[in-house]
Write a protein that binds this ligand. Sequence first.
Ligand code: SF4
Length: 405
Amino acid sequence: MNQLPASIGLYLHIPFCTRICHYCDFVKTARFTANDPTSYLQILQQYAETWLPLIAQESPGGLEVRTLFFGGGTPSLLDAAYQPLMESLRPWLRKDAEISLEANPEHVTQERLAIWAGLGINRLSLGAQSFQARGLKFLTREHSPEKARDAVRMATAIIPNVNIDLIYGWQDQDLSDWERDLAEATALDIQHLSLYTLTYEGRTPMARMHRRGVLEALPDDRLESMYLMACQTLRDQGWAHEEVSNWHKPGFASVHNSIYWHSGSYLGLGNGSHSFLDGYGGPWGTRWSQDPNLRWLQEGQKILNDASSLDAIFNMPGVHRETARAAPEWLLEVVSSGIRTIQGINVNAICVKTGYNFRPRPSIEQALRQGLMCLGPDGSLTLREEEWYRETGWALEASLSFVAP
Ligand code: SF4
């Protein structure tokens, strides 16, 4: 029997960009015509109006959307065009729902901010990426440092919760560059900071240049020093470190992201989006993704009205359901995403759910002895923030410490 939760996060993917940044591995397109975004939003609305009631049918306690996140791509290309979609989602939204929109600084104007705020957007995530002209040039961003500062100042005057994204690790960046970026960001009246390491991934132009040896990644010890500098600087200023890449001022933890970090349920709509429903289809939940190709979203739209149960979603064109889910997959997900957060993972809860025993591997025992890890009386296993930087290795060691009876 399915035991669906009463509240979920909702992610809406807006794939349009005016140009492509050379490091970006997200699902996006710079090839679109003026009418495409509006008709795309209509398609998303149709999907939401079909899938949310299907999920609600399976949720005995009712269903409410706790967080709504417009991500991309570039959601800040649009403003009043979101009105019909927002009106359609309104009945599902919790009164205190966190409603976030990702924005590029070059799109932020007083008028747009007023429209977004009027639609109910109460959190803006600004892709500043750097306040250094060299950094922005390397990252092939369209905005200038001045525009980034202006956008943040305008946003903080209107939107109650503003996040800045910064990227560190661009070519030739040294510790003093990073110190300046951190100082600029924290001098602004923002509530949340996301600091990401530049990675050369997938089929991006930068990844190709990296593979050809044209671009060199910064040495790992410099990246680690940058991470530790951020930890120290932000700790000294009273910021709370919630996850390896995320910090907040008191009272402004990211609700939507914490759903991902703690294996909560979320529905993703749009091309390339991902979804997870805890408790659906068995104890390990159900994961699925929507094909990145926009064509499949349009194909699915034609038969949306035929979907009469949640299972029908998984037969729709372009929907890829992860089938072979069992305890080991679930365990690795829970440990990998939880171990890099301030809450860590709960060993007791994992053992109860999986039936496994916790037998710490030697590396985990040593980490506990050295104080790099802590096992609390309530069963919470947490990693010191300095070690979050090496999260992948620790996640593997911790997950291998759970053994089947
Ligand atoms: S980083 Fe943002 S604006 Fe740049 S290509 Fe990627 S999604 Fe588009």
